[in-house]
Design a protein around this ligand. Structure first.
Ligand SMILES: [Zn+2]
Ligand SMILES: [Zn+2]
Length: 132
């Protein structure tokens, strides 16, 4: 029973990861759910949420989004800069190398720093047009 369960969960996790890696739209958990349901029609939203949290805790996907915005997921786990629209909160990749700022040791509060998320925030062309 437990073996069967474990297999089923890992298959779901694999499908979630594969679907997420196919897109660069940085989907929300709800959008991932819609994508995965095409393949596993009986999967629940809760299962998708739990697996996304697990995958991001393992560093296999990136979890994006600031406080007050819906979390978005990125199938590319390698740190890369993003640009986010402050109106519709869509997130796109920035295809250039950005220098990660060095944090002086007196400000690291004892953390071992291994990453820095760079996110540029602005208003996307679509939202700009709609505002005019
Ligand atoms: Zn926008
Ligand atoms: Zn990205």
């Amino acid at each position: 029973m437990s073996t069967e369960m474990g297999f089923r969960l890992s298959k779901q996790r694999k499908v979630i990861l594969e679907e997420l890696r196919k897109v660069t739209s940085h989907p929300t958990a709800d959008e991932v759910y819609d994508m995965v349901r095409e393949i596993i029609p009986r999967i629940s939203l809760g299962t998708v949420y739990r697996n996304l949290e697990f995958l991001s805790s393992q560093g296999l996907v990136l979890k994006l989004g600031g406080p007050g915005t819906q979390k978005r997921f990125d199938g590319n786990p390698k740190p890369h800069p993003h640009i986010r629209c402050s109106v519709c909160s869509k997130i796109e990749d920035v295809m250039c190398e950005v220098d990660v700022p060095a944090l002086p040791e007196e400000y690291t509060r004892g953390f071992d720093i291994h990453n820095c998320n760079v996110e540029f925030v602005g208003i996307c062309p679509k939202c700009k047009t709609e505002m005019q």
